[in-house]
Ligand binder design. Structure first.
Ligand code: ATP
Length: 909
């Protein structure tokens, strides 16, 4: 076996499963209890490089530039230009070459910006890892891990490097990404023997990069990073993925068909010209230039730019897009299914009261008795909150825990930190209790069981503490705990109390304990979590997010239905949903997980549009809700943060995960990450998605109308017995100055007024829907008509500059057009010229360039232009203004039709 020189000489990563944990710790020179020191880690990072897979899909700048010349029509044009230069005029050849190179540079800059934006997004969505360094738990980017690091794993983590497991609690790993095996693997820490472990799936004391922990927790020693991991070995074999979005694919297919049409027209133009006695070379160059200008081969690329720039802007509203197509489909969302905790609520929980043996205690009051104290002990011991790393004045993490640390120094699940705080208020310190009553075994929390149990050494034997949802814990209790022994328990009465608290919007947890003489076997869970003694109920407050209410309102006016799906109690869910306006009545119907289990798919479909709150739902049931909604024609965004949410996130049209609180697994499965875990951000992202789609439409409308105008002009001229209106250079120039800058500046167009007052766009609606086709053909004809009218008039009245005039009308008409289509319905004067400064700048610059081609003397022979008189220029400007006015009339007509249309839709109006 090949030994990598950068690893310890006597072990290769692929043999780590054959070594004991102590042996490996010694070879990798690390203390498994404190991890590497920061200096040592930095040195190893230098030696081993970043823990990253090489990205084959990234193209270098040169490849990107070369791509711009690969277009077949551009090559044909270059060939024709060279030939014409050899036979005739070298100036033409040079100018065409320069224009083609400029075009390529614009294309390159666009592609490069898109690539940069995508790389920045990938950087933002890069994975993190929890690592033990210098005795401190730190969260670091996974890329900085080095061999020898001690990594902490918990359910939901993506494994950040190849790890030899040294300590585990019920760890299960989904290795399907690496082995294709869909059954999760239960892990262990024992040293394995060489036989039977040749397959990766058999190395059960290892966790491999790229796989995910689905259950439990663990500590592992990094034995390999980056391309040295097992994933790295196969990553070499994987090609780059195709990053095209559905819209791009549709546009590319459409572009191909259109190209055939354009080429046919160009052949006709060539033939007619030659028949009329024009030089075949000039006609060939004209036809090819027209084909280059009018074939929309750049459309898919520009769409990428608009999507990628849009995605980058979305980060500003705290929405991180992981899959580019989602940017274009966000605008179609009709239903947003959201978690409650943390997304609609603040996830800043605090304990409101503790109820034990019928007596209430609120944090701040003296403790009424020993049962309350014991309940609080359960709340902090059966609790995974961990102490924050404290940072000293020099910015270094201190390693000595401070016994007087304020309880807000604890981090973890907000439910659990709230409990640590409450206990602190009652005089109990988690650090001291953890030290005095060490945890020896545990059954972690999961949202299916809705409870967790920890086992501690104490009192000569072991004590198990359980906490969880009242309906989950109470049926397993047979008595009320007191120091003197068990007392009778009225389970029904306690449950009723829990329901009352929940109806006030509180999250209620039940706490219980049981003594064990010997450490029980957690494989026999049902036996272990039974015959417990109830300690009490603790109620936590988690206030709704202040901005969520407005976001819910925005959703509704945008034709989007907000739906709450929570693991919490139905009464809590209903109370919060009512407070937020998701349901109008305090007694709105709530469907629980148990109800769902009773309904078959057809029955669920019949109800799904009426129910807006689902409670006590298992993650697995979320999939059924998504599918039922989709079956009713909805386009569903669904949030989720846990491991078990991943399938539903994948099934939803837009899977939304949490950047702060969620698991790696959920993030991997999602297409949108909320960097602030906030419901309002989904709504902001939908608005942004609608804006970007609008702008793509505007760009296509602008570019295609311009192309259509150019084709009509050249095509119709001979039919009207006019000479060829434009030279090849003019055509290429118009294409260069018009498509380049103004087109891209449309990306900066702000959202249309009322963008969130219109209904969602049907997901498979054509990009050219709502009159766009007619616009492209009609306005193209108008532009051509104006060009030809000016040409005919100028020829008729003996103006020698007729060609320069046609050239100028064509450019200015496109500028007028782009300003007029900034909105699909609002007039330009209501938008204001300054509301899209990049576009205004692009239009002014284009105007200046056009004037330069006419009035700068040395450019005249190059562009075959002549200076226009003021009157001639005035006529050109007037012709362009006609285009502007006609588009404004079209918009006014559309406004009127929409107003009368909505009056018909809405009888009250
Ligand atoms: P959402 O699905 O909206 O995020 P949630 O956070 O309430 O809601 P889960 O995390 O699945 O959903 O929790 C379900 C129930 O499990 C809670 O209502 C609570 O009763 C119980 N629970 C939550 N966290 C813990 C915990 N750390 N320990 C024990 N029980 C818990």
């Amino acid at each position: 076996m090949q030994t990598d020189p950068t690893y310890p000489a006597n072990v290769t990563p692929s043999e780590a499963h054959l070594r004991s944990a102590q042996e490996l710790a010694a070879t990798y020179r690390v203390n498994p209890h404190t991890g590497l020191l920061d200096d040592e880690a930095a040195q190893r990072a230098h030696q081993h490089g970043a823990n990253e897979l090489q990205d084959h899909a990234r193209r270098g700048p040169l490849a990107l530039l070369a791509d711009q010349f690969k277009d077949f029509m551009v090559l044909v044009l270059l060939g024709a230009a060279v030939i014409s230069g050899v036979i005739g005029d070298l100036t033409d050849t040079l100018v065409i070459l320069v224009i083609v190179v400029l075009n390529a540079i614009i294309g390159f800059v666009q592609a490069w910006r898109a690539d940069q934006a995508m790389a920045a997004l990938r950087q933002l969505s890069a994975a993190h890892a929890t690592v033990l360094r210098g005795g401190e738990v730190q969260v670091v980017p996974a890329s900085v891990l080095v061999p020898g690091d001690i990594v902490l794993l918990e359910a939901g983590n993506q494994i950040p490097a190849d790890l030899r497991l040294i300590e585990i609690a019920q760890l299960q790993v989904d290795e399907s990404a690496l082995t294709g095996e869909s059954v999760t693997v239960a892990k262990q820490t024992d040293t394995l023997a060489a036989q039977d472990t040749s397959a990766l799936g058999d190395r059960v004391n290892m966790a491999f990069k790229g796989t995910t922990a689905t259950h439990g927790r663990a500590r592992g020693l990094v034995v390999a990073t980056g391309m040295h991991t097992e994933l790295g070995k196969v990553a070499r074999l994987l090609g780059g993925e195709d990053r095209s979005t559905p819209l791009q694919l549709r546009l590319a297919a459409f572009g191909k068909r259109l190209a055939l049409g354009v080429i046919a027209i160009c052949i006709v133009i060539f033939a007619v010209g030659v028949l009329r006695g024009e030089s075949p070379l000039l006609m060939a160059l004209t036809a090819i230039s027209l084909a280059v200008a009018a074939i929309p081969e750049a459309l898919p690329a520009v769409v990428t730019v608009l999507l990628a720039l849009g995605a980058r802007r979305m980060v500003a509203v705290k929405a991180l897009v992981r899959r580019l197509p989602s940017v274009e489909t966000l605008g179609s969302v009709t239903t947003i299914c959201s978690d409650k905790t943390g997304t609609l609520t603040q996830n800043h929980m605090h304990a409101e009261l503790l109820l034990a043996q019928g007596q209430r205690w609120a944090p701040g009051d003296p403790l009424p008795g020993p049962v309350h104290a014991e309940a609080l002990r359960a709340a902090v011991l059966c609790n995974d909150a961990a102490r924050h790393a404290r940072v000293d004045d020099d910015g270094n993490a201190t390693t000595t825990p401070n016994p007087d640390a304020h309880p807000t120094d604890w981090q973890g699940d907000p439910t659990e930190t709230a409990l640590v705080l409450a206990a602190h208020a009652g005089g109990l310190d988690k650090a001291q209790l953890d030290a005095a009553t060490p945890r020896v075994q545990e059954q972690p929390f999961d949202s299916d069981r809705k409870r967790m149990t920890t086992f501690h050494r104490g009192g000569g034997g072991f004590v198990a503490y359980t906490k969880g949802a009242p309906e989950s814990v109470l049926p397993r209790c047979t008595a009320q705990w007191t120091p003197e022994g068990g007392q009778p328990l009225d389970t029904a009465a306690v449950l009723a109390t829990a329901n009352q608290l929940a109806a006030q919007g509180l999250r209620v947890l039940a706490l219980a304990r049981r003594d064990h003489a010997r450490l029980p076997d957690t494989n026999a869970l049902d036996d272990v979590e039974s015959q417990m003694a109830l300690l009490g109920l603790i109620a936590l407050i988690d206030p709704p997010r202040p901005e969520a209410q407005a976001a819910v309102r925005d959703c509704m006016s945008a034709g989007i239905t907000p739906v709450m799906i929570t693991g919490d109690h139905p009464a809590t869910a209903r109370a919060i949903a009512h407070r937020l306006g998701i349901v109008a009545h305090a007694d709105a119907p709530v469907l629980t997980g148990a109800d769902l289990a009773q309904l078959d798919d057809a029955a669920l479909r019949a109800q799904v549009e009426q129910v807006h709150v689902y409670a006590r739902v298992d993650p697995a049931q979320k999939i059924r809700i998504v599918e039922a909604l989709q079956a009713q024609g909805h386009f569903v965004a669904m949030t989720g943060d846990g491991v078990n949410d991943a399938p539903a996130l994948k099934r939803a049209d837009i899977g939304v995960s949490m950047g702060k609180g969620g698991t790696d697994v959920a993030r991997e499965a999602s297409s949108l990450v909320l960097l602030d875990d906030n419901f309002a951000t989904i709504v902001a992202a939908v608005k942004e998605g609608r804006r970007i789609y609008d702008n793509i439409r505007k760009f296509v409308r602008y570019a295609m109308t311009g192309n259509s105008g150019e084709i009509w002009t050249i095509f119709l001229a001979p039919l009207l017995l006019l000479p060829i209106p434009l030279l090849p250079i003019h055509i290429l120039w118009v294409n260069l100055v018009t498509d380049g800058l103004p087109g891209l500046a449309l990306a900066a167009e702000p959202a249309e007024r009322g963008i969130m007052q219109r209904p969602p766009r049907p997901p498979n609606e054509s990009l050219f829907a709502q009159g766009m086709w007619q616009h492209i053909l009609g306005m193209g004809l108008l532009i051509a008509g104006l060009c030809l009218a000016v040409q005919a008039w100028a020829l008729h009245t003996g103006h020698a500059h007729w060609q320069t005039m046609v050239f100028t009308v064509l450019t200015l008409a496109q500028m007028a057009h782009v300003m007029a289509i900034r909105s699909e319905s609002e007039p330009l004067w209501r938008l204001g010229l300054a509301s899209n400064r990049p576009l205004l700048g692009a239009v002014l610059l284009t105007f200046a360039l056009q004037m330069a081609t006419i009035y700068v003397p040395f450019l005249n022979p190059i562009f075959r232009t002549e200076p226009l008189s003021l009157g001639e220029l005035g006529i050109c400007v007037a012709a362009a203004l006609v285009v502007y006015c006609v588009v404004e009339l079209e918009k006014a007509w559309r406004r009127k039709r929409r107003a009368s249309g909505s009056a018909i839709d809405d009888p009250a109006a």
